[in-house]
Structure formats: structure tokens, C-alpha cells
Design a protein around this ligand. Structure first.
Ligand code: PMP
Length: 442
């Protein structure tokens, strides 16, 4: 049976499909970044994928550094994951009842991660975060949640906020449709801001239910934090009786099996995962201390449910993905490859004085404007959007697909061999030199 899109040959081009899509969906997309907004061109429509590659509907091949924004740590359509998925589909694809598939993944996830005593599967990172906040408020009977500017936690109403006026931690919503009352339940401080953090804890400490942070902020560039800052967040939360929530939807099972919690040796009270644990299918989870998770229905008073929660196809894809990562020492391999790739780019950019620098951590990288280290969003140079756009468009032309936004990170998968990474680095360096070299050397 054909898996080709149900469309006529004549309309199999991205521009025509985008025109059609805009008639039936806002901006033609189902998640905003996909629209290539600010990139001065219509998005590419992709028809298929394999390993490190994507193919557009026109048949053009791209080396893919977006990898569905992180879930595909083995690359597209890994053969082992594909067999697990096919086997599951041949067995059942939804029960809405008890089954052993989610149990196996839950046991696998909790086995080596001491802070993850119990967990609940949901269908997205957003749902995981929303539910973890509910548990935190129920457990502490407190009102506020503290978040950091530049961390993204999905489109949970109360977390779509940014720093407001000068008052300690005050937030304003960053999306229309969120009431002041809801935005007012969240406090916001800058990343890497010891004084701001202390001030918020001093003013509101006793009313803070939870502090939520991406321990490796990777949604507004890659804003690697000082370890002592992260430890200070954890210590201050503990001191006032607030829960620490690590949002590891990106970093969990990517930077190491135990994510940043393992790398830092810092154990959160609650944690959220997504992306990799579903192997490319819609899976998220929240979990943590057993006493907190036991507050969740049917055991406790915190209501949370889901028709497709723990969908067996996602459970099997996630389990097989993680088992393979374990077996092939995937995290080490990826870190080595990504480091080499980033260094190759940085040496190349520096050699001809191009205005770019690659920050990297494990298998994540961010191509940013050259300059001093960036730990907060205010430090991102104003030229980032313009410079990245130039590079993005030129790389796309030559078959390298970066996420279509200057503030998104890149993801390396196990399907990106050293040879493919070398090829991609050479393309990126060549187009950067061609587009920006002359003006930069002037
Ligand atoms: N938290 C973090 C750290 C994320 O990066 C994301 C998504 N990029 C989310 C939560 C939300 O996940 P989802 O898109 O699956 O709702």
C-alpha cells in the first residue's frame, strides 16, 4: 500500500502544498517554527526520511539536524525501532486498559534513575509539565511556581510568561489568551542571575510550590549554566520547602541516560521527560519521589488522565530506542562525534574570521553569533537572527537542514556518522564563507 501523500503529481511541490496548507491550518502548520517564519521563504515539505536524511516532496535530499526536534536520537526509521513498532502494530495499537508494554518501559526508566521512583506516562512534554506543576501545588499547598526566562516548558498557560516589571520575579504573559490571574501565579527570574534568584526567594520563598528549570536550557539557544548556579537553585528551593522540578524533555536520555540530573548528581523532586522516551511517537512522562507521585489519581487527590496515555506503539519505540542506546554506548559515541563536528566548525569559522561560533553539549549544538559566552537570553547578540537566516538558507540550498529558527538547537543522531558530519561541516563552512566571508573580511 502506498504511503505517498494523497495529492496530485502537479501539486507535489512545497510552495503549492504550503498554499493549500494555509487554507486549512493557521499559518499552514501544526507547530509554529515549522512555518519558516522570518526565514524569507516558504517551508520545505518533506515526504520521507531515513537515518540522517530527509527528502523533500521534490525529491531533494537533506542532512537533517532537526531530527524532529530531538526524539530521534538513533536517526529516522532505525531498523530495530521499526521492527518493534511493526511488531506492536501487528499485536495492538491502543488498549485504554492495563497492558505490559508501558510497564516494561516504566521499569526500564526507573531502574537506574534513583530520583525517578514512580512515573506516569502522558502524550506530550506539555502535558508532563502541566501535571508535574499540579502535583507540586497539591503537595505544598502553595501558590507560585518559579521559572527562568529563556527556558521553555511547553505551552502550559502559566508558563507562557516572561519577566514583567522591575518587581522581584513578576511575570507577564508571553502569549495572548492567558489571564493575568494565571500569569500572576508564576514568578520569573533570569538564568545565571544569583542576585535575582536570592531576591525572589527572599520575597516569595514561603509561597513557592516549585522551581522549574531546564537544567540544560536548550530552547532559546543552548544556554549552558554554571553548575554552582544550578546547585544554588536546588539549595534555595530546598531551604524554603519548594520542590525542584527538572524539565528534561530535551536533555533527558540525550545528554546521558539519566540526563542532566545524572551528569550533575543533582536529584530533583519531580522530573519531566518526553521526546526520546517515545522514540519519535507522542510520549511524555512525569515522575519523581514516590510520596509525591502517590498524590496522583486513583491513589491520591490530584486528577490526571489520558485516553491515549502510554500508547503501546510509543512505549515499544521508546524502549527499543533506549535499549539500543545502552547496548552501543550511544551517549559516549554521540558526544565524541558532536564534539569533533563542533570543533571542525569552530576552527573553520575562526580561520576566516566568520561571525559564528558553535556551542555544544553532548549531542546538542547551537550555531550562534561569535562573541563571549552566552548564559542568558539578554546576552544573545542582536545579529543572531539575521546571521543565522543567511546561513540557514544557504545551507538548505546545499542539502543541510538546520531547524528553521535562530534560537533552536541542532540534534546529532547515531545515524550521523563521522563522514556525514564532516560532509555537513564542509558544506556549512563553505556557504558561510561564500555568503558572509567577503563583508566580514572587509
Ligand atoms: N519542555 C521542554 C524542555 C521542551 O523542550 C519541550 C518541547 N520542545 C516541552 C517541554 C514541550 O514538549 P511538547 O512539545 O512535547 O509538548
Amino acid at each position: 500500500m502506498s504511503t505517498r501523500p494523497n495529492t496530485t503529481e502537479a501539486s507535489l511541490n512545497s510552495d503549492a502544498l504550503f498554499l493549500r496548507a494555509k487554507k486549512v491550518s493557521p499559518g499552514g502548520v501544526h507547530s509554529p517554527v515549522r512555518s519558516f517564519k522570518g526565514m524569507d521563504r516558504a517551508p520545505v515539505f518533506f515526504a520521507r526520511a531515513e537515518g540522517p536524511y530527509l527528502w523533500s516532496v521534490e525529491g531533494q535530499r537533506y542532512i537533517d539536524f532537526c531530527q524532529s526536534f530531538g526524539p530521534l536520537i538513533l536517526g529516522h526509521r532505525d531498523s530495530e525501532v521499526a521492527s518493534a513498532v511493526h511488531e506492536m502494530i501487528d499485536t495492538a495499537w491502543s488498549f485504554g486498559a492495563c497492558e505490559p508494554y508501558s510497564l516494561e518501559l516504566a521499569e526500564y526508566l526507573t531502574k537506574d534513575l534513583p530520583w525517578l521512583q514512580k512515573l506516569r506516562f502522558v502524550s506530550s512534554g506539555t502535558e508532563a509539565v502541566m501535571s508535574a506543576l499540579r502535583v507540586a501545588r497539591a503537595a505544598t499547598k502553595r501558590r507560585f511556581v518559579l521559572k527562568f526566562d529563556g527556558c521553555y516548558h511547553g505551552h502550559v498557560d502559566s508558563l507562557l510568561v516572561k519577566s514583567g516589571s522591575g518587581l522581584a520575579g513578576e511575570a507577564t504573559s508571553s502569549s495572548a489568551g492567558i489571564s493575568d490571574a494565571v500569569a500572576g501565579e508564576t514568578l520569573v527570574v533570569s538564568l545565571d542571575d544569583d542576585a535575582g534568584l536570592e531576591s525572589v526567594f527572599r520575597t516569595h520563598g514561603q509561597q513557592i510550590a516549585a522551581v522549574i528549570i531546564e537544567p540544560l536550557p536548550a530552547n532559546y539557544g543552548l544556554l549552558k549554566q554554571r553548575e554552582d548556579f544550578l546547585r544554588s537553585v536546588a539549595n534555595q528551593a530546598k531551604k524554603v520547602g519548594a520542590l525542584l522540578i527538572f524539565d528534561e524533555v530535551i536533555s533527558g536520555f540525550r545528554v546521558a541516560k539519566g540526563g542532566m540530573a545524572a551528569r550533575l548528581g543533582l536529584h530533583p523532586d519531580l522530573v519531566t521527560y518526553g521526546k526520546i522516551i517515545g522514540g519519535g511517537f507522542p510520549v511524555g512522562c512525569y515522575g519523581g519521589r514516590a510520596d509525591l507521585m502517590d498524590l496522583v489519581a486513583p491513589l491520591g487527590p490530584v486528577y490526571q488522565a489520558g485516553t491515549l496515555s502510554a500508547n503501546p506503539v510509543g512505549m515499544r519505540a521508546g524502549l527499543r530506542t533506549l535499549q539500543k542506546m545502552d547496548r552501543v554506548d550511544g551517549w559516549n559515541v554521540l558526544e565524541k562525534r558532536t564534539t569533533k563536528f563542533a570543533e571542525q566548525l569552530n576552527i573553520g569559522f575562526a580561520k576566516v574570521k566568520l561571525p559564528f561560533f558553535v556551542d555544544h553539549y553532548a549531542s546538542l549544538f547551537w550555531i550562534r553569533s561569535a562573541g563571549p559566552e552566552i548564559r542568558r537570553i539578554e546576552q544573545i547578540p542582536a545579529l543572531q537572527a539575521k546571521n543565522f537566516k543567511t546561513l540557514f538558507l544557504a545551507a538548505l540550498e546545499k542539502g543541510v537542514y538546520l531547524a528553521p529558527n535562530a534560537f533552536e538547537v541542532g540534534f546529532v543522531s547515531l545515524a550521523h556518522t563521522d563522514e556525514i558530519l564532516d560532509q555537513a561541516a564542509k558544506i556549512i563552512l563553505a556557504v558561510a564563507q561564500e555568503k558572509m566571508g567577503r563583508e566580514n573580511l572587509a
